[in-house]
Design a protein around this ligand. Structure first.
Ligand SMILES: Nc1ncnc2c1ncn2[C@@H]1O[C@H](COP(=O)(O)OP(=O)(O)OP(=O)(O)O)[C@@H](O)[C@H]1O
Ligand SMILES: O=C(O)[C@H](O)CO
Length: 506
């Protein structure tokens, strides 16, 4: 198999492990005939036809279908709020297993067109609220949560209107607010976010199964944490609004809600009736890819599941890492060039400030690698693109193009570059199967990409400066380097894989 085929198979296995059905089956089991129990990650909850289900998020339909299969007759009723058109798209993609069966007990409400809250999503949130409020201490509420849940569960605190909240969220997003900031504001202005849903469901037992699309898997930020105690206060919200210069242009209704909320955090609320479990994450996907890579004969290492920051810096980090690995294969890793590259890497990592990444330790682990085996470096997260051009692309395709360009330049700058003595593949892909507004999930690149494209009359640098990575990869070798998976029905951010082996072994 070629490195490309290996990279593709690693990506597929990473995504496969966080697809709704396998994920639910790993996390939830119904056990015992006489006294049935729902066992979730080692905790057992007695069930006797007392189960209710709600869900909201882009991957929730498939999660609900898998959950209903597991719960059987114990499920009384459910409501899920999912993206507009998702049932039709899944049907068209032939993904029947992600659709509910004809006589399902779960009601589906589609809304939040373009990931923005709308009256349909509001209706979904209202129905979910009503269901939660009607539960008793004998009931168990299973909550399915995935990315996109914030827009699919809008319940602004009166007198705030949906349009007012939407406008504020849009303004924050367009001014560059991070998801942590955005959702801190959303929680303060919402009835169901920031633990609100769990509070309303009390005294029922609440079990939340969460597919994380946020770096670090913070329970109170993913989908704005409807079943998690919030670690933020109104003061935090005010600070964010001030940071983005919005404090003095707030609608009256928002001012009213903010001024009537306690400014400091009150005594911690009791969430002992809630069990929040992350059942899918970028880390889980990377762990699976690592296992597969080892099975394919690679020495596999995970760099981080939290790679974030400016895409240009992230691309530079990958290029330097690839250079270092090639130097290692050439036996030059400990020479002056190796030290220079390590220095560059440490500086880039310091600038990017990737949460939890100890690059010095990672570089130490690389030092221990022998030249015998091919190497696979895996990573995940979500980069940031500052759009300057008018082209078509996505984070992953742009990252692959940038890495391709960076490797080309590094090769050109060094006489007898060690890059030339290795076979190298870099892959970046969105686990949801859609990278930006394009039909691809991501792309592959190698150090030869720029030259080969040039021979076809394609100037990689020009495409890049217009953020036109999709057009580039669609034309280049007729799209051979595009990663096309179709919608996967899951989302744990993006995944990158670097595969390297010395040329003489290929
Ligand atoms: N022409 C482009 N080139 C590069 N990146 C782009 C381009 N157009 C959009 N993007 C990026 O694509 C992302 C938006 O696409 P998408 O809807 O897939 O986002 P997402 O964060 O993956 O959504 P989700 O919440 O489903 O994960 C943004 O990060 C945006 O900067
Ligand atoms: O829904 C949301 O808030 C985002 O997808 C983060 O989880």
């Amino acid at each position: 198999m070629s490195l490309r085929e290996h990279a593709l198979s690693l990506f597929r296995s990473a995504v496969g492990t966080v697809r709704p059905a396998p994920m639910l089956k790993r996390a939830v089991k119904l056990q015992g005939d006489a006294c049935p129990q729902l066992v979730v990650k080692g905790r057992a909850f007695p069930v006797k036809r007392n189960l209710y289900l709600v869900g909201f998020g882009k991957a929730v339909l498939g999660m609900a279908a898998a959950a209903e299969e597991i719960l059987g007759d114990h499920l009384i009723r459910g409501i899920v709020s999912v993206p507009l058109g998702i049932q039709e798209s899944l049907q068209r993609a032939g993904m029947q297993e992600m659709l509910l069966k004809p006589h399902s007990r779960i009601q589906v409400i589609e809304g939040a067109k373009n990931n923005l809250p709308d009256p349909e999503a509001l209706r979904g949130a209202g129905a979910i609220q009503e269901l939660a409020e009607g539960l008793t201490a004998d009931d168990l509420l299973l909550v399915l949560i995935s990315g996109g849940g914030s827009a699919l569960l809008p319940a602004p605190i009166p007198p705030i209107l949906l349009e007012e909240k939407e406008k504020l969220t849009k303004m924050l997003a367009s001014r560059g607010a991070a998801i942590q900031e955005l959702n801190t504001v959303r929680k303060t202005l919402s009835l169901l976010k920031g633990g609100g849903l769990a509070r309303l469901a009390y005294p029922a037992q609440v079990v939340s199964l969460i597919l994380s699309d946020v770096i670090g898997d913070p329970l109170d930020i993913i989908a704005s944490g409807p079943t998690a105690a919030s670690s933020h206060s109104v003061q935090d919200c005010l600070q964010i609004l001030a940071k983005y210069n919005l404090l003095h242009s707030l609608p009256k209704s928002v001012e009213t809600v903010l001024s009537s909320s306690p400014t400091t955090r009150t005594a911690p609320e009791d969430y002992s009736h809630v069990c929040n479990v992350i059942i899918g994450s970028n880390t889980l996907a990377l762990d699976e890819a690592k296992r597969q890579a080892e099975g394919l004969g690679y020495v596999a290492l995970i760099l981080s599941a939290a790679v974030c920051g400016d895409i240009g810096h992230v691309a530079a980090l990958y290029c330097q890492l690839i250079r270092l690995l090639c130097l290692g294969f050439a036996g030059l890793g400990e020479g002056p060039l190796g030290n220079e590259v390590r220095g560059n890497l440490l500086q880039l990592a310091a600038e990017l400030d990737i949460p939890g990444l100890n690059l010095a330790e990672f570089l130490q682990a690389l030092r221990g690698l022998g030249p015998e085996k091919p190497v696979c470096i895996l990573a995940g997260g979500e980069t940031t693109v500052q759009l300057q051009g008018t082209g078509k692309g996505g984070r992953n395709q742009e990252l692959a193009l940038r890495v391709g360009l960076g490797l080309h330049r590094a090769q050109g700058a060094e006489a007898s570059s060690p890059l030339g003595r290795c076979e190298i593949i870099f892959l970046s892909g969105g686990t949801d199967g859609q990278d930006g507004p394009t039909g691809a999930a991501g792309a592959f690149c190698s150090p030869q990409l720029v030259d080969e494209a040039f021979q076809e009359g394609l100037d990689a640098e020009a495409f890049l400066s217009n953020n036109d990575s999709y057009t580039f990869f669609s034309h280049f070798q007729r799209g051979r380097h595009l990663l096309v998976t179709g919608l996967t029905g899951t989302n744990v951010m993006d995944i990158q894989a670097v595969l390297i082996r010395p040329t003489d072994r290929s």
